[in-house]
Design a protein around this ligand. Structure first.
Ligand code: HSE
Length: 331
């Protein structure tokens, strides 16, 4: 029986909890019996014997959970094998998730997170901590949402030298740029519509200034290229200065403009708006994410998928759960 503690019960945390309910049979076939033994948000909690459905209902009705334990209390109680951490991202301090993750790893518990902040601030430290305490840390959900990228590179491309990764790692800006291209609408108007889609960061500056894409690039550079880079090492330029007029000129010449994140084996780390040929696979539309991975043996691999959303993020979190405890044999 795998015991799961869930810290963070906002959109992402609840999305994960709902997916555990909807896909219980599928997940159970792969990891065996599991139980959520504790859930907490920033001010309240639920522990002991409870149904996930009841916790979701309580939170939606009352705006909180029935008990007063906080995340530290839950980790100290220790009634879990894996901590699923879905608290809000702060890419500059990594907190509060960073402290929770460190504490859980230190007690030998596995951790799965959707929170970019801790990995951007302390990637190497967390990997070392996990190794020292015989614990695992999964972070597929931090990069590209449902789009398989972190474990795909680790596992499916395991025999390759990865030369370069180039892609679109932020759905909000891709949506804004797509709409600018098609409708020549100005940026502020589209930004507010992008926020209504519910995939923009709480502070949309994270999206439009390129911070979110830069954070994801740091995680990829550290995990794929074995670097020890921080957010400050990324050259970041966002999309705030892109105008509908720029698109007119670009499209006339057969190009569009996309916010491209690029990391390579030589240490290049850049997020910037770039001209992309309209025929290039990276000229994708809407809220999608995509990455083009250049390898020595496999050549180019192109992955595309939904980079955000509660169900999509749940898909990635569960993929780590199955990676840790699962038996992924075919039917
Ligand atoms: N704000 C992010 C995006 C959400 O638009 O891609 C996923 O990290």
């Amino acid at each position: 029986m795998i015991k799961i503690a869930l810290i963070g019960f906002g959109t992402v945390g609840r999305g994960f909890a709902k997916a555990l309910i909807y896909n219980r049979n599928i997940i159970q076939r792969k990891i065996g019996e599991f139980r959520v033994t504790a859930i907490c948000d920033s001010k309240s909690s639920i522990t002991g014997d409870f149904k996930i459905e009841d916790a979701i209902k309580y939170k939606l009705d009352k705006g909180r959970l029935p008990e007063n334990r906080n995340a530290e209390d839950i980790i100290e109680l220790g009634d879990f094998d894996v901590l699923v951490e879905t608290t809000p991202t702060d890419v500059f301090s990594g907190e509060p998730g960073l402290s929770y993750i460190k504490k859980a790893l230190t007690t030998g518990r596995d951790v799965i997170t959707s929170n970019k902040g801790p990995l951007v601030v302390a990637y190497r430290e967390l990997m070392t901590l996990a190794e020292r305490h015989g614990a695992k840390i999964g972070f597929e959900a931090t990069v590209g949402g449902a789009m398989p990228v972190v474990k795909m590179i680790r596992d499916e491309l395991a025999g390759n030298r990865i030369r370069r990764i180039r892609g679109i790692l932020n759905g909000t800006t891709n949506y804004i740029l797509s709409r600018m291209e098609k409708e020549k609408a100005p940026y502020p108007q589209i930004l507010s519509e992008a926020q209504e889609l519910g995939i923009a960061e709480a502070d949309p500056g994270y999206d439009v200034e390129g911070i979110d894409a830069g954070a994801k690039l740091v995680i990829l550079a550290n995990s794929v290229f074995g670097k020890d880079v921080k957010f400050d090492d990324v050259e970041v330029r966002g999309i705030t200065r892109i105008t509908p007029e720029a698109f007119e000129i670009a499209v006339e010449k057969g190009y569009t403009i996309r916010l491209i994140a690029e990391a390579d084996e030589d240490g290049k780390l850049e997020v910037s708006p770039r001209l992309v040929k309209l025929t290039n696979p990276l000229a994708i539309y809407g809220t999608l994410n995509a990455v083009l991975i250049e390898t020595d043996l496999a050549g180019e691999i192109f992955v595309i998928g939904r980079g955000a959303g509660e169900r999509e993020t749940a898909s990635a979190l569960i993929s780590d759960l199955v990676d840790f405890y699962g038996n992924c044999s075919f039917h």
